[in-house]
Structures are given as structure tokens and as C-alpha cells.
Write a protein that binds this ligand. Structure first.
Ligand code: ZN
Length: 491
């Protein structure tokens, strides 16, 4: 190798070393810069990590409560929400409310629910509200970016023994708002919550949709835009029971709409009516092969004769059906008699409120005759009457439509009102007696109750089982329908 060559090699080696050094320097610089930038970002990292452990979340809470304390310098910043939840006065409350405004893990929230004097009811509504809050907060933590506000407010109402609350949930996230509604209904008398399935039969929703689509058609036709609302539970899942009726909220064209349906109009479709089905739990165990007769007593209650009749029924271990007049149930001494019937296991049915000839009444009066008796009986017994007997056995299509119950007449008239004589009543009923028959009597007359005292043991001797109407229909396999007329188990 010549000197010249050696010199050239050394030159190349020098350049290589220099290049390597440069690369090394650059790499080092890069790392230093990166390290510095990491330190600057540390706050943000810690912020995001903090929400992941409950311990840290607890620390925030304690720091947050004492807002007067000097902020401590810490690597973990306290993520107090920039926004605070605030209630609007958009929703009407009928009584006192309980509320709290707070925040949790960066989410500002407000929770408001009714305050009741009844301790059990208070506990129930509070549990429902707190459960809803927990669920909503958990869902909110799913997407942690940006500020979030959660508001749970409510609307409320009542109908008879039912107390109704509709929770209104509003979520605000990155300027976007979402709404949700959660209904809560409580039966004061039974001390338990009631769900929509218990209140409304499936066909109720078809009816509501029909109403909604019907009313909207005129306006929609003008706007040349007809959107049908579907008649199902999902569409009308938000509801509130008010004094005027059941208020259903639904969405149409992206906006909330509401429709209030009065109870007389709706109660055909409320599952709390007999709704076409005999409720098996109120049925005694009887011999389906032995003949049955349903004794029915109209125009009561009578403060003296009704309790007397109840004793006779009990003594003979039989049951009957009482078609009560709503107006008479309010007379002195009568509420006690009604409660005695309910407690005895005998059946209570409606003979309307004022004993008017329904076929001659206006629609409005007819509805009131049915609805008032129904309400009176419900208020006294906690149960709705299952059947309606139109006074004088008089009905037409309108009566069938608004009775909102199976219509019961009779096929054996004791003619107690005509003979007004105990022996004649007994002889007549025994002569006409037969399996599946419905017997018409009146427990407001002492001679009828006297007749029952003789008649009942005699019918038992002849092999008849004396049953309530629902027992009769149950054992004879009769499918009941609201608005249909039944004269006997065999019609
Ligand atoms: Zn009558």
C-alpha cells in the first residue's frame, strides 16, 4: 500500500467516524426532546389515568367538597367539571321534591325526585331514582372525552291508588343533548310498584296509535305529510297517570308529542279490568262435573240486608255475585257492607252508578254511569268490578261499546220485585233451576233474603254448586269479551 493510499483510507475512516458521531448526536437530541415533551404532557396523562381507580376518585370528592382549601401543587390535577348541573322549571311537580346537585368523576349531575310522607313509597321512589342515576353515570363514563352534564328530573301525577312519576333524563355531552324517559308507578294500597304490562293490555297501544294517527291526519293532510305512529309498547313506553287520564309521550318527526286518553275511554284496554279473562286466583276448587248456578243480587248494597245475606252465604259455604249501585254504595252504612262483601270472597260487579236506562243516555252520561260506579267500587275495595249489568237489562251498541266489561243479564228471573213474597220466590226459582243458569234477585228486600235462606240449602240438596259469575264462566270454559252480553253459562 502506498503512502497516498494509506492517507486516503485514513481520510475515509475519519469521515465515517464523523458521520457516526453526527448520527449519535442527532439520536441523543431526539431522545432529549422527546423526554422533555413527555414531562410537559405528564399532567394530561395523569388526568386520564386518574379516573380509572376509585381511590383517586374518592380523593377528588374530598377535595371537591372543600372548595375553600388552597389548591395544592400536585402532579394529579383535580378534574372538577367546568360546568355545573342546574334544574330548569320545565317539569311540573305536584308536591315537594328532593334534589341534589353534585359531580362524579368529571360529570356534573343533578338528581330530583318526589318527596312523599309515606315512608315505604318514599323509599321506593328514592331507590328507583338512585338506580337510574347509577345506571346513567356508568353509561356516561363509557365515553370520557369532553364535559358531560347529566340531569334527572321528573313529572308526576296520580290516579286513584296509583301514584305516577315520569323520570326525565337529559344528557349533555360536547354540546349534544340526549333525552330519555323512565316511568315509575306505585300502588299505594298494595305498597308495590306497577309496570306497564300490568296496567295496559297490548291492544291498548293499538288504540292509542289509532287515536294519535287519527288526530294527526287532518293536520298532516294539510302539510301533505303523513307519518303513522306504530301501536306498540316501545312507541308509548313513556307515560304518566294524571287525574284527567293517562298521558302518553311519543316521538314523531324527531319531536316529542303527547296525547291524554281519559280513563273511561281507556279502561277497556287497561289490564286491571277483567280484560276478557277470568282471573284464576279468585276461583275456588269446585267439581266441574257437578251442576252450577250463579245467584246474583242487584241494586245493593243495603246496610242491613246485605250483611244478613252474607251470613247466610257463609253458613252454607256458598258464594254469589253482588251487582252494586255506585251511588248507593256511598250511603250511610253502605261502605261497610261493600267492604264486607269484598272481604267475604263473594264477587262484586257493577250495576252502574245511578240505575239509569243506559240505552237512552247520551254518550257522555253513559260513560259517567259506568266510570263513576267503577271508581266508587275501586275506592272502597281496591279492585275494579269485573262485570256490568245494565239496569233493566237494557242495552244497545253504544252500551256495549262503553261498558268496558262483559255485560251480564240473567236467564232466571226470581221475580222477587213482582211477587214480593218469600214462598213464591222460593217456589219459582226451584221450578226453573238448571245447570249454568244466572239467577236475578235483589238483596235490598228482606223477603228476598228470607227466600235465599230457604232456597240455598234446598239447591245444595238438589246437587247444585252455588258459585260466583267468574267461577261459573271459568268452569264452563266461557271466553269472556268486553262488550259482549251473557245470559247464562250457555247463553
Ligand atoms: Zn236493578
Amino acid at each position: 500500500m502506498s503512502r497516498r493510499q494509506k492517507k486516503r483510507e485514513r481520510r475515509i475512516l475519519k469521515r465515517c467516524l464523523l458521520a457516526s458521531a453526527c448520527v449519535l448526536m442527532l439520536t441523543l437530541t431526539f431522545f432529549v426532546i422527546k423526554q422533555i415533551s413527555r414531562l410537559t404532557d405528564m399532567g394530561a396523562y395523569a388526568y386520564a389515568d386518574a379516573g380509572k381507580t376509585d381511590d383517586v376518585a374518592e380523593t377528588w370528592k374530598s377535595q371537591a367538597t372543600d372548595i375553600t382549601e388552597e389548591p395544592k401543587l400536585s402532579l394529579t390535577p383535580t378534574p372538577l367539571p367546568l360546568l355545573t348541573a342546574a334544574f330548569s322549571d320545565e317539569y311540573a311537580h305536584t308536591g315537594e321534591a328532593r334534589e341534589r346537585i353534585s359531580h362524579e368523576r368529571g360529570i356534573a349531575y343533578g338528581l330530583r325526585y318526589p318527596a312523599y310522607e309515606d315512608a315505604a313509597m318514599q323509599e321506593a321512589v328514592q331507590n328507583a331514582a338512585e338506580e337510574l342515576l347509577t345506571k346513567e353515570l356508568e353509561a356516561a363514563f363509557g365515553g370520557t372525552e369532553g364535559e358531560q352534564i347529566l340531569l334527572i328530573d321528573y313529572e308526576d301525577g296520580a290516579f286513584g291508588q296509583l301514584v305516577s312519576v315520569l323520570f326525565r333524563v337529559e344528557r349533555e355531552h360536547n354540546g349534544k343533548k340526549e333525552y330519555e324517559t323512565v316511568p315509575w308507578v306505585y300502588n299505594k294500597k298494595k305498597g308495590e310498584t306497577v309496570d306497564a304490562e300490568t296496567l295496559f293490555a297490548d291492544r291498548a297501544y293499538l288504540y292509542i296509535a289509532e287515536r294519535v294517527n287519527g288526530t294527526l291526519t287532518e293536520e298532516a293532510a294539510e302539510a301533505e305529510e303523513i307519518t303513522e305512529v306504530a301501536g306498540n309498547r316501545e312507541t308509548f313506553s313513556a307515560y304518566l297517570l294524571t287525574a284527567e287520564g293517562a298521558r302518553f309521550f311519543y316521538e314523531k318527526n324527531g319531536e316529542e308529542q303527547a296525547v291524554t286518553i281519559s280513563y273511561p275511554e281507556l279502561h277497556t284496554y287497561m289490564a286491571v279490568t277483567v280484560g276478557g279473562t277470568v282471573i284464576a286466583e279468585t276461583i275456588r276448587e269446585l267439581d266441574p262435573d257437578k251442576p252450577m248456578i250463579a245467584l246474583t243480587f242487584d241494586d245493593g248494597p243495603h246496610y242491613q240486608q246485605t250483611p244478613r245475606l252474607l251470613e247466610i252465604l257463609e253458613k252454607n259455604n256458598v258464594r254469589a255475585t253482588f251487582f252494586l249501585l255506585g251511588s248507593r254504595a256511598e250511603w250511610s252504612g253502605s261502605p261497610e257492607a261493600v267492604k264486607k262483601i269484598a272481604a267475604s270472597g263473594n264477587e262484586i260487579a257493577s250495576h252502574t252508578h245511578n240505575h239509569e236506562n243506559l240505552a237512552t243516555l247520551s254518550e257522555e252520561k253513559l260513560i259517567a254511569e259506568i266510570a263513576d260506579a267503577r271508581e266508587t267500587i275501586y275506592n272502597l275495595t281496591g279492585d275494579y268490578p269485573t262485570f256490568v249489568r245494565p239496569p233493566y237489562g237494557s242495552f244497545n251498541d253504544r252500551v256495549k261499546k262503553y261498558a268496558n266489561a262483559p255485560l251480564i243479564t240473567w236467564n232466571l228471573d226470581s221475580e222477587d220485585w213482582k211477587s214480593r213474597d218469600t214462598d213464591t220466590i222460593v217456589a219459582h226459582v226451584l221450578e226453573e233451576a238448571g245447570d249454568g243458569k244466572i239467577v236475578l234477585m235483589h238483596d235490598i228486600h228482606y223477603f228476598t233474603v228470607d227466600a235465599a235462606e230457604i232456597l240455598i240449602p234446598e239447591l245444595l240438596d238438589r246437587g247444585y254448586q252455588l258459585v260466583t259469575l267468574r267461577e261459573l264462566f271459568y268452569y264452563k270454559g266461557v271466553e269472556l269479551e268486553n262488550g259482549k252480553v251473557y245470559h247464562s253459562a250457555y247463553n
